[in-house]
Design a protein around this ligand. Structure first.
Ligand code: FRU
Length: 507
């Protein structure tokens, strides 16, 4: 290792984590209130949404209305691996604690309910509204498993369902499908937003190796506008789960197009790339040909933004990867969502980049226990409970490492490598990995920012989210230590360069 000086800081948790005890399922009310869970289900996230039981993948149909955040998700309620897809449902008033609701959408004669979006149809353009009630309209892919098995090329179509009770119960539209398949095998994941330039709804649809845009005045009749991306961006796998939305960049409306790809991520498997440019009401015109990813860790996929949030852009992704999502060692459920993130456009090196930071609601998670500073012996002891914390600091752009470890000699390492100007996350020795051997790997992310480095980490028992340089570089990784990590150390080539160190235990 090229470091000159080590062990600036040692945070030892006074650990009474019952990680090794027999897992037991918290009561419904405990899960519903998130942080009040007894926390004795091994690897159960405490401030990220995970289903009580069974399989979950992509976030779907997210919308905000009257103080409630609604999160739907790809869900198989009868098993812990992928199966006939439903839309599960959870609600939250603070984006931290989630209450799991009844399953929202069930498979039917047209097939499984694949990913899609929801809109708050305030002007009742769809005509689904009755007695002055605003309809919430879900636009999703019907996937016909028989057609898939028969190797047809038209087994995915777009359909509607609507809710007149703010998303709690749903009625499928009897005119489904609203967008039949023109003969494209991968034809799915509609994300619909209102476009005020053309005063119509615009659907952004993943169509194999490109995105196709459609418009509609009423969500029921769709007209093809254009397509984008066949020769641009990353193409290591199929394109899925897109999103298109404007953000302010230096006072100018600038458009962002999210496109998930699987496989072909920068560190293997699933990942989400994005394009920046202009959407003129018909076509998306990228401002450059750079390939950029919203997150360089291996565990943020299929993320899109929440509808009806005004100027706020809140993003949530699936905190797993198709390489091993069905094999991870959780017992009753599989996978969690990322922390909700606020998106914005920021400049770095003369170019625009999408920055993602934990939503401001996360500030209420824990209180700063101590503004930590290096002591003479290079150690700081902080009484905590388990690896459930936020850690932040600023430093000069020198090599540094943050390592979480346990008494079983396992460790998870996050660092910055100045010579190559990259951040990394290393889970080569971070616990269980036999379920997918390449899980034990080091992941790299190019640094986009410059000057002093700012680090913000969110750690929730079995996941870490790194927001570097105010969200310009983001990495999300999951891990499965045999016993909870109970020590954190920060080492640096320049100890005195570390500033504003904050350790915030959560719970
Ligand atoms: C992405 C995805 C979507 C599809 C869904 C099926 O993870 O493959 O393209 O709609 O999952 O569960």
């Amino acid at each position: 290792m090229p470091y000159r000086i080590f062990f600036l800081l040692l945070i030892v948790f006074v650990s009474c984590n019952s990680d090794t005890s027999t897992p037991s399922v918290p009561t419904d009310s405990a899960i519903a209130t998130g942080l009040k869970s007894p926390g004795n289900e091994k690897y159960r996230p405490q401030f990220h949404f995970s289903p009580k039981a069974h399989w979950m993948n992509d976030p779907n149909g997210m919308f905000y209305l009257d103080g409630t955040w609604n999160l739907y998700f790809q869900y198989y309620p009868d098993g812990t691996t992928w199966g006939p897809m439903h839309w599960g449902h959870a609600t939250s008033t603070d984006l931290i604690s989630w209450k799991e609701e009844e399953v929202a959408l069930f498979p039917d004669s047209l097939g499984y309910i694949f990913s899609g979006s929801a809109v708050v149809d305030k002007d009742n353009t769809s005509g689904f509204g009755k007695n002055g009630k605003t309809p919430i309209v879900a636009i999703f892919t019907h996937h016909d498993p028989k057609g898939a098995e028969a190797k047809k090329n038209n087994y995915q179509v777009q359909s509607l369902a609507y809710s007149l009770d703010k998303g709690m119960t749903w009625v499928k539209y009897d005119g489904n499908p609203v967008l039949p398949n023109p003969g494209i095998v991968d034809f799915r994941d509609p994300k619909v937003n209102w476009n005020s330039k053309i005063n119509q709804w615009v659907m952004t649809l993943a169509t194999k190796d490109r995105i196709t845009f459609y418009s509609s005045p009423n969500l029921k009749e769709w007209t093809r506008l254009s397509e984008f991306g066949q020769k641009l961006g990353a193409h290591g796998g199929v394109w899925e789960c897109p999103d298109l939305f404007p953000l302010d960049y230096k006072g100018k409306e600038t458009w962002v197009l999210l496109v998930s790809i699987n496989p072909g991520g920068p560190n293997g498997g699933s990942a989400t790339q994005y394009f920046i440019g202009d959407f003129n009401g018909k076509e998306f015109i990228p401002s450059d040909t750079t390939t950029r990813f919203i997150d360089y860790g291996t565990d943020n996929y299929a993320g899109v933004t929440v509808a009806n949030t005004g100027d706020r852009r809140v993003f949530i992704g699936w905190m797993s990867n198709w390489l091993y999502g069905e094999k991870v060692p959780t017992e009753k459920w599989r996978s969690a969502m990322t922390i909700p993130r606020t998106l914005s456009l920021k400049e770095a090196g003369g170019k625009a980049f999408l920055a993602a930071l934990p939503v401001k609601e996360t500030e209420k998670l824990g209180t700063v226990l101590k503004d930590a500073a290096p002591e003479k012996d290079g150690k700081i002891l902080i009484a905590g409970k388990d690896s459930l914390f936020r850690l932040s600091f600023a430093t000069q752009d020198e090599n540094f490492e943050i390592s979480f470890s346990n008494s079983s000699a396992e460790k998870f390492v996050i660092g910055f490598d100045k010579p190559s100007n990259r951040f990394y996350m290393d889970r080569t020795a971070a616990g269980a990995a036999g379920f997918y051997p390449a899980f034990a790997a080091r992941h790299w992310a190019p640094r986009v920012g410059n000057g002093n480095v700012k680090i913000d980490l969110l750690v929730d028992l079995a996941s870490v989210e790194l927001f570097a340089d105010e969200g310009l570089t983001v990495m999300t990784d999951i891990f499965f230590p045999v016993t909870s990590f109970n020590t954190v150390s920060v080492s640096s080539a320049n100890v005195s360069g570390i500033r504003d160190l904050k350790y915030i235990p959560i719970r």
